[in-house]
Structures are given as structure tokens and as C-alpha cells.
Design a binder for this molecule. Structure first.
Ligand code: ATP
Ligand code: MG
Length: 733
């Protein structure tokens, strides 16, 4: 037998060597779907059934495509460059570049990302004098993309009422504007590629004859248009259709919010006459305890196609759970743990930190950065490099120094204030002539430019005046409103995440101040005002510490971005109810089930060791939130979990972030006794009553006197609360 096929189990072998016909592999995480798909490509090539040019393979991310190419290169002595292996968007882009004329696009057509697209829509509404309160741009964007992803051009959209008719007209106007400007948004790439294939018979025939084997990974997350595109390019309706080989897992469908349809799997089975669905049940990735936890969690979902997963790897270690008092402690503990793992010989790149929403990465990044641990953030920019953060920082920089031209240019017309390129040009000329900063050159302008830019200058002056006496966090808060940044992102379709990040910037400022004002022993207090120091800190964290390419680095990413990947060690962070599962999911149809699939994806990324962590209090969206642990903990059999912190419910402990050794000992007895504090007559262990939360027990305390805060366990339903004694009006019970 060919060496390629060694080490495959019988089902995998059957899948890899399936005759040239359509096939569907439906199997759980870590069962070797991606490996089977890659091996099949190699096997098809090695046995001469198809040439490299005859293969088209679709992956979900660019990272996955690269990995597939690397693996192929390792399996066969071939040059994989030029092979059609990529994401749907990547492949359609390539196709349109090759046939730009037939697709009626300029050769150098540009791609609009989601933010660019929204800006284009706003511009259009302005030109057409459309009331953007009646037709909110982000809703229009949603409408347009939804229709494109379903394959509908404006003329094909059914409109029963005037409002929808008007939206359809705007959709048509938007398309015309894109056409004039020679740009394509994301769904347009797919739709246009699809239409070109459909309309142009010679091209269609060419590709149908060329691609004899189509292979699709993560098939459960394809949307309708992607499915239709596959059908067309496979020559589904021709006498000699290509063989389509799809692999997927309905339990890992996590893009429902983007219009992905698990139903495509059923349609595929029927329409492509798949003889038999192949199931793979052995998991090769994870140790038994990890797999048991994943199976137990996903068993709570009702809509499942159903499958089994087992492993012969042995149970391995228990899942380690750490419940921190606050998000900073959580991050501190994680990083301590990472350092220990690395000391024990783990490679940093085998360690992944996962979170539900990108805003959570900042605290983790900060901690890694402070200790000089190289890390890399995937599927999203690092915190201080994000567009919205850079905009906010630009305003802050103008507070510190109005002559900062880079900052000036960045935000003079952001959010839009009707300052045109011509006005800016005049300003730049004036600045050059008088050899001043842009800010100073405004006084040299006259007429309309002077008016438009003058208003911006007044805004900045006003902000500087108002913020002069404010503390740094308040200052940040103020400029977010006064600049119009908050309002701007509120109006954006994808703006929620950006708003969360902006609020996160306030938290960053708060933390910065508290750390900044307490220099470590022997450390000098750095010169300059807090704002300048904060800005310096921001640019340092932004620029310097992203690990270099190829450098061994800890991997940070959202759970969404982790799909398909695997790591020896995985930390799932922020496991609090409301965060993961996300609070929005509770009100959405199928919301909780989709969150559970996400959790299943997260757990099944781990090979050998899995950590879960949560924080009882967390700064998010600009405020401290007190949370109880994620409901997913209830779904995991207790014997699989090892709580590293004494669970407060089990007794009365002091607020104390255990060091690693204490944490391992896992016993409260190792925690140092809490120093006597002035708790205004209360003591730890005392029963108390709160007007809103009812009866509870004080389990820990921090601070003393007027600043004392106590943590009270109010039992099932309410959970743990951290309360300021001066405010909470507790009564002894
Ligand atoms: P996911 O659903 O998370 O995408 P998957 O089903 O695609 O998972 P793979 O990533 O292909 O799973 O495989 C998981 C791990 O198991 C990989 O490290 C792979 O190399 C390994 N593996 C798969 N099949 C075998 C096998 N027969 N023998 C040894 N290792 C295997
Ligand atoms: Mg996979």
C-alpha cells in the first residue's frame, strides 16, 4: 500500500480512496476530516487520477489554506504553488482577476471591506439626498449583503411594500456606484463569479472541464451562494459532473449569524446523490477527559445530526479551572501558568488563549507584554492597532499636542464633517508656505475651507479646555463622545465590537494609571504627564511586541478564528454567564445552541491540556461587571474538572490570588491568613442581608475602612457579588 495511506483507520481509508464520485464525510472534531481531505488530494495526484490543475479545494481561512499547501508539499515531491486551494473569497477573487473583462471589471478592481462598504453606502445616501434616519446605512448594508448572499440582484428581490421597493432602488444605485468606481464588496466577489460562470458558457465549460475534483472543508459553514457556486462549477447539471468531496460537522456550525446553512449538507446529499455518508468516530486529537467534556456539552443541543466520538488515548489530565476575583488576576494567573509550562519545555506556539469576543484580548495582551512573552494575535488586529482605537488615540494625541500632523490628518474628517480633499490640500499648502503645523495653518485659510476646518479646530480647542482638569479615564471617556466616535460606531452594522473596544480603552487608561502611579521598588517615576505617558505606552504596545514572523509565540484568537486548529495546551478564558455564552445569544433563535457549538469548538482545540478560567468581576464596555460562572460548567461532569481555586461556595476564603504552587495545592489551607481589616463591624463568614440580593454570606474582603469591599455569596440565582461596604448598606443577619 502506498505510504500515504499508512496510519489511516478503515473509515478514513475508505474516504480517502473513494471512487471519483461525490462524497460527504460527517464527523466530529478531531476525527481527521481535514487530514482525510488533504490526503485525498495527495492520493488523487499520486495515483494519476487528476493533475494539479484539476483540483479545487476550499478552506475556511487563509491560515488553513496555507497549512494545507504545506502539508501537501510534505506528502508529495511537488511544487504546490499555483494550486487552486483557498477560501471562497480568495478563489473568486482569483477567478475574477483572470476574467476581469468578461466580468465587466477594471483590471485593478479594488475590494471593499465591511467598513469601506458602509462608508460607500453613506456617501451614496448623501449624494441622493436620502434621509439616513429612514434608511439607516447599516441596515441597508445588511439588506444588500443578505440579498447578495442569497444570490439576488435588485431586480430579483420581491418587494411588497413601498419601503422595501425604495430599499431595492437604493441597492441598485449602490451597485451602480460600485460599478462606476470599479470596486467589489465581499459578497459581490462571490455573486459576480457565480453570475459570470452562469452567463458565459465558454468560461463555464472551461472550468467545468478543468476542475474534476472539488474538495470542501468546513462544509457546515457554507452559505447559499457558496453552495450554488459549487454546484455550478462542478457542472452538477452536466452529463459529466466533477466529483465533490465535502467534509463537515454540524456541531461546529458557528456562522449562523452570517447566513451559513447546515441545510446545505442535506441538499448536497440529495442533489449530488451521495451514495453513503461516511462517518469517522475516532478522535485522534484530544485526551479522553477533554473529549468527554466536549461530548457532554454538545449533548445538550437538540438539533443535531448525531454522532459519536471516542479516543484510545487514555483520560489524561483533568481540566483545570481557575476562578479569579477580577479579570486582571485571571490574566496574571494565565501568564504565570504559561511561564511555568515554558519552563517545563512546552513550545509557546503550542499554547493558545481563546476568548469569546476580541475585546477580551487586551488584558491578556497587556500581561504577556509586561512579562516580555512573545505572542501573536490571529483573526483580528492587536488591540492598539485596531482602527477605532487608533482614531481615539489620535484625538488624545491632539489633546497632548495639537501640532501632531499625523493625528490631525487621521481624524480631521473622521467621523465625516464634510471636509473635502480640496480644503485639506489648501491647508497643506498653507502649512508648507508658512512652515507651520496644519493646526496652526488654519488661520491662513479663507472662505469655505476656513469654515469647515475652523469648526474642527474649535471642537479640538473645546475638548482640550474641558479635559484639562479631568483624570485620564474620564478624559478618554469625554473625547469618545465629544469627537463623535461613539455615535459613529453606534450607527455601524459591525460597530458593536468597535464600541466595546472603545470602552476597553477607558479600562486601559484606568489600569494604566493605577499601575503607573505605584512604581515598583527602585523604579523611578517616569517624567511627563499621565496622558503623554499613556500615549507612549500605547504606541510601544502597538508596535514592538507583536512577535516577529517565525518567532515562537503564544497564540491568541477568538473561538471563531480557532476553528479547525489544534494546540497542545488551550486556555478558554472569560467563562462567565453573559460573556460565554454571550448575553445576546439568549434572546436569539437558536442562540444558545450556537454558543454551545462554539464552546464545543473551543474545548476540542486542545490536545493534552485544557484550562478554563473566569473572573468574578470584569471591566467590559466601560463598567465593572460582576458575573457568575458560565452555565457550561454545569454541563461538564464534575469529576472531569479540577478547581484550582477553592470554590468560594465551598467555604470562606480570603481574597487572595494564589500563586501557582498554592493553586496547585488547591487548598484553602495554603492561603495566608487575611490580615485583620476594619470592615465596619462586619467579618468574613458573617451572614448579611442586602435590600436587593437578599441573604448571603461574606466570603472575602479587600481594602479597609471607607474603601472596604466585600465579596458576598448570595447563593443560587444571585451568585457572588463584590460590594463596596460604604455603598451597599448591608445589614447583619
Ligand atoms: P476539526 O473538526 O477540528 O476541523 P478534523 O476532523 O479536521 O478536526 P484533523 O485536524 O484532520 O481533524 O485531525 C486531528 C488530529 O488528528 C490531527 O493532528 C491529525 O493529524 C490527527 N489524525 C487524524 N487521523 C489520524 C490517524 N489515523 N492517525 C494518527 N493521527 C491522526
Ligand atoms: Mg478540520
Amino acid at each position: 500500500m502506498s505510504r500515504l495511506l499508512e496510519n489511516l483507520n478503515p473509515e478514513q481509508l475508505a474516504a480517502v480512496t473513494l471512487p471519483a464520485q461525490s462524497g460527504l464525510i460527517l464527523a466530529g472534531a478531531g476525527s481527521g476530516k481535514t487530514r482525510v481531505l488533504t490526503t485525498r488530494i495527495a492520493w488523487l495526484l499520486q495515483t494519476g487520477q487528476v493533475s494539479q490543475a484539476g483540483i479545487l479545494a476550499v478552506t475556511f481561512t487563509n491560515k488553513a489554506a496555507k497549512e494545507m499547501l504545506t502539508r501537501l508539499g510534505a506528502m508529495l515531491p511537488i511544487n504546490t504553488r499555483g494550486m487552486w486551494i483557498g477560501t471562497f473569497h480568495g478563489l473568486c477573487n482569483r477567478f475574477l482577476r483572470a476574467h476581469y473583462r468578461e466580468a465587466a471589471l477594471p483590471q485593478t478592481f479594488q475590494i471593499l471591506d465591511t467598513a469601506d462598504q458602509l462608508a460607500a453606502i453613506k456617501r451614496l445616501l448623501k449624494v441622493l439626498n436620502v434621509d439616513d434616519e429612514k434608511f439607516p446605512p447599516r441596515e441597508l448594508q445588511h439588506f444588500i449583503n443578505g440579498n447578495k448572499e442569497a444570490g439576488f440582484r435588485p431586480h430579483a428581490v420581491e418587494a411588497w411594500d413601498d419601503y422595501t421597493r425604495r430599499r431595492v432602488e437604493l441597492y441598485a444605485e449602490y451597485d451602480a456606484q460600485c460599478q462606476r468606481e470599479g470596486v467589489c464588496d465581499f459578497p459581490e466577489l462571490l455573486l459576480r463569479a457565480y453570475e459570470l460562470l452562469e452567463r458565459n458558457e465558454p468560461i463555464r465549460r472551461h472550468y467545468q472541464a478543468r476542475f474534476r475534483h472539488l474538495l470542501v472543508d468546513e462544509f457546515q459553514d457554507t452559505n447559499r451562494l457558496q453552495y450554488l457556486w459549487l454546484k455550478l462549477i462542478a457542472g452538477h447539471a452536466t452529463p459529466t459532473p466533477a466529483a465533490v468531496f465535502a467534509v463537515g460537522d454540524d456541531d461546529q456550525s458557528i456562522y449562523g449569524f452570517r447566513g451559513a446553512e447546515v441545510g446545505n449538507m442535506r441538499d448536497f446529499e440529495r442533489e449530488f446523490q451521495v451514495p453513503a455518508v461516511i462517518r469517522l468516530e475516532q478522535n485522534y486529537r484530544s485526551h479522553g477527559n477533554i473529549l468527554d467534556a466536549a461530548n457532554a456539552i454538545i449533548a445538550n443541543n437538540s438539533k443535531r445530526l448525531g454522532k459519536n466520538l471516542w479516543t484510545d488515548q487514555g483520560s489524561g489530565e483533568p481540566i483545570r479551572v481557575y476562578e479569579a476575583v477580577a479579570d486582571l488576576d485571571e490574566a496574571r494567573w494565565i501568564v504565570e501558568e504559561i511561564q511555568q509550562l515554558v519552563r517545563e519545555g512546552a513550545a509557546r506556539s503550542d499554547i493558545a488563549l481563546l476568548y469569546r469576543s476580541n475585546a477580551q484580548s487586551r488584558v491578556l495582551e497587556h500581561q504577556l507584554f509586561s512579562l516580555g512573552i512573545p505572542y501573536r494575535v490571529y483573526g483580528g488586529l492587536r488591540f492598539f492597532e485596531r482602527q477605532e482605537i487608533k482614531h481615539a488615540l489620535a484625538y488624545l494625541r491632539l489633546m497632548a499636542n495639537p501640532d501632531d500632523d499625523t493625528a490631525f490628518v487621521r481624524v480631521v474628517n473622521f467621523p465625516t464633517r464634510g471636509i473635502g480633499a480640496r480644503s485639506l490640500e489648501q491647508l497643506q499648502d498653507a502649512a508648507r508656505t508658512y512652515n507651520t503645523s496644519l493646526y496652526a495653518a488654519v488661520s491662513q485659510l479663507a472662505g469655505k475651507p476656513a469654515q469647515a476646518i475652523g469648526a474642527f479646530i474649535r471642537l479640538i480647542e473645546e475638548m482640550r479646555l474641558t479635559t484639562r482638569e479631568l483624570r485620564l479615564p474620564e478624559m478618554v471617556d469625554h473625547i469618545l463622545d465629544a469627537s463623535g466616535l461613539r455615535a459613529h460606531y453606534k450607527a455601524e452594522r459591525e460597530g458593536e465590537e468597535r464600541l466595546a473596544n472603545l470602552d476597553e480603552l477607558i479600562n486601559a487608561a484606568t489600569n494604566f494609571i493605577s499601575e503607573d502611579s505605584t512604581p515598583a521598588e527602585g523604579e523611578e517615576v517616569v517624567a511627563g504627564d499621565p496622558l503623554s505617558r499613556f500615549l507612549a505606552h500605547a504606541s510601544l504596545e502597538a508596535g514592538e511586541h507583536q512577535a516577529d514572523a517565525g518567532q515562537e509565540a503564544v497564540q491568541l484568537m477568538s473561538v471563531h478564528a480557532a476553528k479547525g486548529l489544534e494546540f497542545d495546551v488551550v486556555f478558554i478564558t472569560g467563562l462567565e454567564d453573559g460573556l460565554f455564552p454571550h448575553e445576546n445569544s439568549i434572546t436569539e433563535l437558536d442562540g444558545l445552541e450556537e454558543e454551545r457549538r462554539l464552546m464545543y469548538v473551543a474545548v476540542t482545540r486542545a490536545r493534552k491540556r485544557l484550562y478554563m478560567s473566569l473572573a468574578q468581576s470584569r471591566m467590559l464596555h466601560g463598567q465593572t461587571r460582576f458575573a457568575i460562572k458560565s452555565r457550561f460548567f454545569e454541563e461538564i461532569p464534575a469529576e472531569l474538572l479540577k478547581w484550582l481555586t477553592p470554590r468560594v461556595q465551598q467555604g470562606f476564603g480570603a481574597v487572595h490570588t494564589p500563586t501557582r504552587n498554592e493553586a496547585y495545592a488547591g487548598s484553602r489551607a495554603n492561603a495566608p491568613r487575611q490580615a485583620n481589616r476594619d470592615l465596619g463591624g462586619f467579618r468574613i463568614g458573617q451572614s448579611v442581608r442586602h435590600a436587593k440580593f437578599g441573604s448571603g454570606v461574606i466570603v472575602s474582603a479587600e481594602g479597609s475602612g471607607a474603601d472596604a469591599r466585600v465579596q458576598v455569596n448570595f447563593g443560587a440565582g444571585v451568585g457572588m457579588k463584590l460590594l463596596a461596604l460604604g455603598v451597599a448598606k448591608l445589614e447583619a443577619e
